[in-house]
Write a protein that binds this ligand. Structure first.
Ligand code: GLU
Length: 407
């Protein structure tokens, strides 16, 4: 399996090679090195009274532009290289969307679906204690990521408050609404990706009714599928970690969400054909939105992809080899560091509200979000046009310039 961190460093090297004179060598060197890596093991008392040790990580990649920022992932695949890659991508992402943060990421190697609610809470609290020394509302601000949610963020704020003797809501973003969370944060990644898609729609000559496939039906995937559906596009395929479903004339996405919520699976959705993940990635459609994990588009799959546009809601779904194949095939990849940056942008709004003790309406949040996403998309598009770069290379150039100004 491709290594996410090696891929991330290849992306950086590629940009340095493709845009010499546009990005300085000094910032490229800077971004090869993390500021701090925290690697912890901690015990959790399980429901049967036994004690299990878990492995957790927090990588603080770079803070030239502001405090480290990035989510926490609970997944069996979490390891140091994955977290390093994700922390590096957060650094690039926060600069692309122009918010005053650096990049960090963390996680615990665990399958949370195998834990009871009580075990999950105890694990979250124990992990919070393990990393408490290095986080803080002006130092490093965690958030949700794969398999983590508002409830988990609420427990973290509470546990950290017990250590410091004071609740500081700005410590974490992605909290519940009753606990310092922001309107719109729950759907922000999908919403932001939608604004980016709209910004690219004309440029890419995409019509009003595209055929769309969405890989991953978690938070980001469900929201982007719903937005495509609401705007009259045909979502022909969606998948979750077990497999996908396909309907040539477009799936009824609200009905699919109801089906998935009640049966916990996509399988058996009336009238749809079942398909594998691989079939979904190579199905006949105009746009694919990978919204799950890294390394989905590999050099084996990329040549068979039929879509003309890839809207990356996941982090790192395309390997550098696949990127090259897509560039040759004229497939436009709207990169993760732009397309999914609506999540962290709205985290920044949540943090601002916590710092100033305000509560904004969803409309206020989405207006601001649209402003940031539009500006970032236009910045990336114009750099790509000016320097004949792919959208990913252009996004990196933009980020490197912005971070480089802070050296
Ligand atoms: N986990 C999200 C991401 O990968 C959000 C991070 C945040 O809000 O800090 O962008």
């Amino acid at each position: 399996m491709a290594n996410a961190f090696e891929n991330a460093m290849k992306q950086l090297a590629e940009v340095a090679k493709r845009a010499p004179g546009v990005v300085g060598t000094e910032i490229v060197e800077y971004l090869h090195h993390p500021v701090r890596i925290v690697d912890v093991e901690f015990p959790v008392v399980m429901d049967n009274g036994s004690r299990t040790f878990f492995h957790g990580y927090r990588v603080q990649w770079n803070n030239l532009r502001g405090p480290f920022k990035g989510g926490l992932r609970f997944h069996p695949q979490v390891d140091m290289d994955e977290v390093k890659a994700l922390a590096f991508w957060m650094t690039i992402k926060c600069a692309v969307v122009n918010i005053p943060y650096g990049g960090g990421k963390g996680g615990v190697a665990v399958d949370p679906k195998r834990l009871s609610a009580g075990e999950l809470e105890r694990l979250t609290r124990a992990f919070t204690r393990s990393i408490a020394d290095v986080i803080g509302s002006d130092k490093d601000i965690p958030a949700p990521d794969v398999n983590t949610n508002a409830q988990i963020m609420d427990w973290m704020v509470d546990e950290y408050g017990k250590i410091t003797g004071k609740i500081d809501y700005a410590l974490i973003t992605g909290k519940s609404l009753g606990n310092g969370g922001s309107e719109g944060r729950g759907t922000a990644t999908g919403q932001g990706a939608w604004y980016v898609f709209e910004a690219y729609q004309k440029k890419l000559g995409l019509g009003e009714t595209c055929k769309v496939a969405v890989q991953g039906f978690g938070n980001a995937g469900q929201v982007i599928a719903s937005l495509f559906y609401q705007h009259g596009h045909q979502v022909v395929a969606v998948s979750d970690s077990h497999g996908g479903i396909y309907q040539e004339n477009g799936l009824d996405i609200p009905a699919v969400i109801t089906h998935k919520t009640s049966t916990k699976t996509l399988a058996g959705f009336p009238g749809a054909k079942e398909m594998s993940q691989e079939d979904l990635l190579t199905c006949a459609c105009d746009v694919i939105a990978p919204s799950a994990l890294e390394n989905q588009f590999t050099k084996e799959i990329a040549p068979r992809v039929q879509a003309k546009v890839i809207l990356e809601l996941a982090n790192g779904p395309t390997t550098p080899e696949a990127d090259e194949i897509f560039a040759q095939k004229n497939v436009t990849v709207i990169p993760d560091v732009l397309a999914n940056s609506g999540g962290v942008a709205t985290s920044f709004f949540e943090w601002q509200q916590n710092k100033s003790n305000e509560h904004w309406t969803e409309q206020q949040v989405f207006e601001k979000l649209k402003g940031l996403m539009d500006a970032a998309s236009q910045d990336v598009i114009s750099i790509a046009d000016q320097h004949h770069l792919t959208q990913r290379q252009a996004a990196f150039v933009l980020a490197l310039k912005r971070i480089g100004e802070k050296i």
